[in-house]
Design a protein around this ligand. Sequence first.
Ligand SMILES: [Zn+2]
Length: 347
Amino acid sequence: MANLEELRGKIAAIREEIRKETANLQDSKAVYELKKSFLDKSGRIGQLMRYMKDVDPSQRAEFGKNVNALKDWALEHFNSMDEEMRRREVQAQYEREKIDITMPSHRRTAGNLHPVTQVRNQLIDIFSGMGFEIFEGTEVENDYYNFTALNTPKDHPARDMQDTFYLSPDFVLRTQTSAAQIHVMENEKPPIKILSPGKVFRSDDDATHSPMFSQMEGLVVDKGITLGDLQGMLDVFVKKVFGDETRTRLRPSFFPFTEPSVEVDVSCFECGGKGCNFCKHTGWIEILGAGIVNRKVLENCGVDPDVYSGLAFGIGIERVAMLKYGINNIKQLFESDLRVLEQINDK
Ligand SMILES: [Zn+2]
């Protein structure tokens, strides 16, 4: 027979043990583990019930009451420990994640549009203001639209394999945005006034040429269109891009799809036309090619050349960007060097 006094001693010892052990716990996980070791069925308190059979039957109820009291006390003790630990843990987390709102922030540098995109947008803006509509053609063209319809005969040097990327005998990567003219004239009746920006491709590679570059083609077809209209539009364009002092001049040139054809020069915006290194001491800088649309091209598209005439111009967007921002190697426009790109931000 177990003595009830003796068992009460065990109960008191367990209570003392719980007090002692919980005093040193550091976190809620440790509280949980310790709680299990005392309160699980096989835990130290649960095990006390094993003594029940050894207790004098008249004292069993008393012993059971004592064990239950210990259990209730232990449960409450562990729960309040747990609560305290969690409160401390949350507090510690707040401390860890505290943000000092008085600290200066890191400055984030905002990106800006690529110089070629900036120029492209500016050109679109200028010509839209003159009533041009945007028509984007396709980068893959067939031989007919890229050459034949533009009055570029089979034996023309521009069709040489050296200059053109052929995808197949019939298909090419367009060498000029002029191809878009044909699509528009085939599908629309004059008056036509379109601007066609896009990438073009030529197997050409040096400081001022890249195998891929961007052009912007302008086409106007209506009754009575002359070179005077062309020069008027281009005057507006160069003044807006290079400054109000800038003048234009036309020089005779040759393109198969225009007749007459002209190269358009602008007065040097570095020296104002006096002559400097930038303009190779001529006072002028070549900026684009243009002309009056060749009668044959109009005919090819079903437009009567005796009723209508047209003007066309092709602007190299990288060329304008290089002139405008003083870039002397076209590669700088494709290398994505932030030191260069960061300096060019008109907006
Ligand atoms: Zn100059």
